[in-house]
Design a binder for this molecule. Structure first.
Ligand code: ADP
Ligand code: MG
Length: 377
């Protein structure tokens, strides 16, 4: 049984139990929607981040993790077309993590992002854990009654859009797996050039934003161009310090622009699959319109990675994937908070069939994004 089968089963189990007319959307969407008194609905989401699975403590300062823990939940609130208002965060950590400056650094990053959107931390929990650090991030928000944008309401003919660029976070993860590391002031270690190579360490005190810094690689010095360092750093930040599209979410919800929406957390192919399955529709994407992150294109040329594959299947970009009724397309803003949305395809009536056109060729797009327990029985 995989993660999604388990969630489907839980959903069935809740259907035969106590019901509340106030739960407008339960298990199955980016967040739950509960009706409030007055003309508002309340939207709430929770996300678990587990050390060794969702993050590594030695890859980056804890302040970036604090930012990311909140960003992933803000992204789910945005995916409902809602405005975030408050949050709770619970942390379980081993005693040695408690003793160092992890918690201070974590909350520095957390509060910086919360303050940016006026989100109020209003509770949480702390516990000692045995081996690994675990974080549960909860965010609550609001929409006007009946305005939450669901995954299940796309219709054939609706046009498909995605904000920002795709593939950056997955490329960042690949760089981390190759040995790249971030410190408080930028890169501290570079990705190894090949599987056999060791990761070169950035010489202490070298100015990464200066011109062509020299990087120590074993005993021999190798020149790494500043532009490549910038690309590596930008991609690591896409993975470790993601933006949530809070402004886009609010606009799409309040202006009733999106007919359905999900955030890209598992990967475009998987998340479009969730949206189509729940809406009982299919999709046809245009390959040349997929907005591949420009840093990914730069990096892939140098490191033999496939940029389109990263954009289609890579997870954790936290962009918003949404559909728009044909009549509403002209009302879409060009940019929100400086971020564009790209028109990438159309919803079809072939339920569950997701296809992608490249020139005259059309092929089936299999979901190849992230899945917990995908190798379990
Ligand atoms: P997202 O990637 O948007 O955070 P998930 O894939 O984590 O969404 O979850 C999909 C749906 O399943 C959500 O509606 C979530 O609330 C629900 N869900 C996941 N795990 C559980 C659980 N343990 N109990 C109840 N609902 C769950
Ligand atoms: Mg989501």
């Amino acid at each position: 049984m995989n993660e999604f089968d388990f969630i489907r089963r839980l959903r069935e189990q809740t259907r035969t139990r106590n019901q509340s007319p106030r739960i407008l959307t339960g298990i199955g969407d980016d967040a739950s929607v509960i009706s409030e008194a007055g003309n508002r609905d309340f939207v709430v989401t929770t996300d678990l981040l587990v050390e060794g699975v969702d993050f590594y403590r030695d890859t980056a300062p804890a302040s970036l993790l604090g930012h990311k823990a909140l960003a992933v939940s803000l992204s789910d609130i945005a995916a409902m077309g809602a405005r975030p208002l408050w949050s709770l965060v619970s942390i379980g950590m081993p005693a040695e993590v408690w003793a160092d400056d992890f918690k201070e650094s974590f909350f520095e990053g957390y509060f910086a992002l919360a303050d940016r959107y006026g989100v109020v931390l209003c509770g949480g929990d702390v516990s000692e854990a045995k081996d690994k650090t675990v974080i549960d991030s909860i965010v609550g928000g609001e929409v006007n009654s009946g305005r939450a944008v669901l995954r299940s309401t796309a219709q054939p003919g609706d046009q498909i859009f995605v904000t920002g660029g795709l593939g950056g976070a997955a490329a960042g993860l690949k760089l981390i797996e190759m040995g790249a590391r971030m410190g408080p002031k930028g890169l501290t270690s570079l990705p190894a050039p090949s599987k056999r190579g060791t990761s070169p360490t950035v010489r202490e005190g070298s100015e990464l934003r200066g011109t062509s810094p020299t990087v120590r690689e074993g005993s021999k010095a190798a020149e790494i161009h500043t532009s490549e360092l910038r690309t590596i750093e930008a991609l690591l930040l896409r993975q470790l310090f993601p933006d949530a599209r809070v402004g886009w979410g609010i606009v799409l919800g309040e202006e009733r622009l999106a007919s359905a929406m999900i955030d890209v957390s598992d990967g475009l192919s998987s998340d479009l699959g969730h949206l189509c399955r729940q809406s009982n529709v299919g999709a046809l994407l245009q390959s040349e319109r997929i907005p591949i992150d420009k840093e990914v294109t730069k990096l892939c040329g140098r490191r033999a990675l496939d940029p389109l594959a990263l954009a289609l299947h890579g997870g954790e970009d936290f962009e918003l994937l949404f559909t728009v009724r044909p009549d509403d397309v002209t009302r879409l803003p060009k940019r929100v908070d400086g971020v564009k949305a790209s028109h990438i395809g159309e919803i079809t009536n072939q339920s569950g069939v997701i296809r992608i056109a490249e020139g005259r060729l059309i092929w089936d797009l299999q979901p190849r994004g992230f899945e917990h327990f995908s190798r379990s029985v």
